[in-house]
Design a protein around this ligand. Structure first.
Ligand code: DX5
Ligand code: ZN
Length: 219
């Protein structure tokens, strides 16, 4: 089985040293930088605006994977794309027309992702499989880092894997929330190809980033 893409969530990094943190995880073997954007309305937390993403972009050469927990989301797509987002992932609940939103993301030249909360069914993506590059299964309720993995989402990951295989498309299957060296192998066995991890990457400080990332890759 190929090693999964490891996408450190900078939500768990030291916000006073964000540029250094991003350089350190890239040097430690991260594949993408995962940026959690929260609006204090769609989720009960407030985080990273487009100007911060723009300031961080020169600190890494790997893709920026921007997870938008913002409603309405459409007015923000262009701003985060201009700030340097390579992937823009949206929740179906964050706007009235998911298909239009995904088309817009691709028009902007970014890769389009759909994020499913633990209670959101996989059927939400069935009709837009041709219009997305990534499906993100949330294994916690979005809003905070450091929560426990919700086991019931493993079945959804398996069903998403089957949906992607049936489609014949190159769609990345990503998991976010409570991913640790214990839960990562279960996600991979269920068919995930990319893992977001905050706490499990950033715990222990910069010297620990490389071994933390290697543990998630199963090395
Ligand atoms: C939650 C975020 C996650 C979070 C993951 O809303 O989408 O990306 O930062 O954090 P851990 O890995 O600590 O569960
Ligand atoms: Zn996230």
């Amino acid at each position: 089985m190929a090693a999964p893409l490891i996408c450190p969530s900078i939500l768990a990094s030291d916000f006073a040293r964000l540029g250094e943190e991003i350089r350190a995880v890239e040097a430690a073997g991260a594949d993408w930088i995962h940026v959690d954007v929260m609006d204090g309305h769609f989720v009960p937390n407030l985080t990273i605006g487009p100007d911060v993403v723009k300031a961080l972009r020169p600190h890494a050469s790997i893709p920026f994977d921007v997870h938008l927990m913002v409603a309405p989301v459409d007015p923000w797509l262009e701003k985060y794309r201009q700030a340097g987002a390579d992937y823009l992932s949206v929740h179906p609940e964050s706007g009235p027309h998911l298909h239009r939103t995904l088309r817009r993301i691709r028009e902007l030249g970014a890769k389009a992702g759909v994020v499913l909360n633990p209670a959101t069914p996989l059927t939400q993506v069935e009709e837009v499989v041709d219009d997305l590059d990534l499906i993100l299964i949330m294994s916690v309720n979005p809003g905070f880092g450091g929560q426990s993995f919700i086991d019931s989402q493993l079945k959804k990951i398996e069903r998403a894997r089957a949906l992607i295989d049936r489609s014949g498309k190159e769609i990345i299957l990503q998991v976010d929330g409570g991913v640790t060296a214990d839960t990562a192998p279960r996600c991979i066995a269920a068919g995930a190809t990319a893992l977001v991890a905050g706490t499990a990457v950033f715990r222990g400080g910069p010297q620990a980033y490389a071994p933390n990332i290697a543990a998630l890759k199963g090395a």
